[in-house]
Design a protein around this ligand. Structure first.
Ligand SMILES: Cc1cc2nc3c(=O)[nH]c(=O)nc-3n(C[C@H](O)[C@H](O)[C@H](O)COP(=O)(O)OP(=O)(O)OC[C@H]3O[C@@H](n4cnc5c(N)ncnc54)[C@H](O)[C@@H]3O)c2cc1C
Length: 296
């Protein structure tokens, strides 16, 4: 059976030539050959096996909030885990399927009066993407609350302790081992609902005040350089508002490149290169991209 026949026989939803601009927060990206939406563990495993049997390359997509997808799209299958979601609580421990949005998880933790998750309120990613990136903000990161991860690695489901996930600044072992994060266990602590809500409100207000949330983007373009901030360096180089095509260094926060309308991936790539060169020439700092480039 070929790839499509297998997916149909298993009732796994998919489309062909799906534009990825509809699945990234940058609103940028050409089509993929197959856009597949498994909703449970058996389906996730079946899609991966079918792709391997048919020698179709695959890419795991969370919420597409840290990605710059090529204008030519992605070859093969994009496996979207957006429908692979759910949270359960056992005391102070939450077990979360990897496609669960951080927003849903934060709301769940709030309902359970469990604190420790509120730092992630406002990060538009899934749990899988957040573990992969060791997402963090305002002094909290995934590393602080992660107990363990279940992942599909080399065709086997393995449990990795937080230590084995090798989480560090915007990095994890999953960037190196090709594993698919299936679920994560987080350890939280009892906390008054009012206090959690107040912290969430404060953090979202800070985001709205500082970040250009009115434009599509993929969040911070660059990693934080040692002892400095990318946004400050870029601003000091006079690059706020500098643009290439529809891509612009945000005048509100220089650490963000935004899509002002109709930006292509190639506009963003050219702008990133220009910013890196300028900052290197003027400040002798080598900026490293936090955004992940994928595609043809
Ligand atoms: C407005 C805005 C604000 C942001 N603020 C922050 C912030 O404060 N802090 C921060 O850290 N980030 C921030 N981000 C970036 C982004 O939201 C995070 O990196 C997020 O964790 C990415 O999750 P995602 O599900 O969107 O991953 P995607 O962008 O879909 O994928 C990112 C990478 O993770 C991999 N991946 C995704 N799911 C899995 C899985 N289940 N198994 C294996 N690999 C997987 C993908 O293959 C890809 O390589 C922001 C982004 C935006 C647009």
């Amino acid at each position: 059976m070929d790839f499509c026949e297998t997916l149909r026989s298993l009732n796994i939803e998919f489309t062909q030539n799906e534009p990825l601009s509809e699945h990234t927060t940058f609103k940028i990206g050409g089509p993929c050959d197959y856009f597949v939406k498994p909703t449970d563990l058996d389906q996730v495993i079946a899609v991966v096996n079918a792709a391997k049997e048919n020698r179709i390359p695959y890419f795991i997509l969370g919420n597409g909030s840290n990605l710059l997808v090529s204008d030519l799209g992605i070859e093969g299958a994009v496996i979207s885990l957006a429908g692979f979601c759910g949270v359960t609580a056992d005391g102070n421990t939450l077990t979360v399927l990897s496609g669960t949005k951080l927003s849903a998880l934060c709301s769940f933790a709030l309902e359970q009066s469990l604190g420790g998750m509120q730092y992630f309120w406002g990060i538009p990613g899934t749990v899988g993407g957040a573990v992969y990136m060791n997402a963090g903000a305002y002094g909290g990161e995934i590393k602080d609350i992660l107990i363990s991860v279940n992942a599909l690695i080399d065709g086997e489901i393995k449990q990795l302790s937080a230590k084995e996930c090798e989480l560090s600044y915007r990095d994890s072992i999953f960037k190196r081992n090709g594993g698919i994060i299936l679920s994560a266990n987080f350890g939280l602590r009892p906390m008054q609902k009012e206090q959690i809500r107040a912290e969430m409100d404060t953090l979202i207000a800070r985001r709205k005040d500082k970040q250009p949330l009115e434009f599509p983007s993929a969040g911070s373009t660059f990693k934080r350089p040692k002892d400095n901030f990318a946004g400050t360096l870029i601003e000091e180089c006079g690059l706020k508002g500098y643009s290439v095509g529809g891509a612009m260094v945000s005048p509100k926060h220089a650490g963000f490149i935004v899509n002002t309308g109709g930006a292509t991936a190639s506009d963003v790539r050219r702008l990133i290169e220009y910013v890196k060169e300028t900052v290197f020439m003027q400040k002798s700092v080598n900026l490293e991209s936090e955004i992940i480039f994928v595609g043809r």
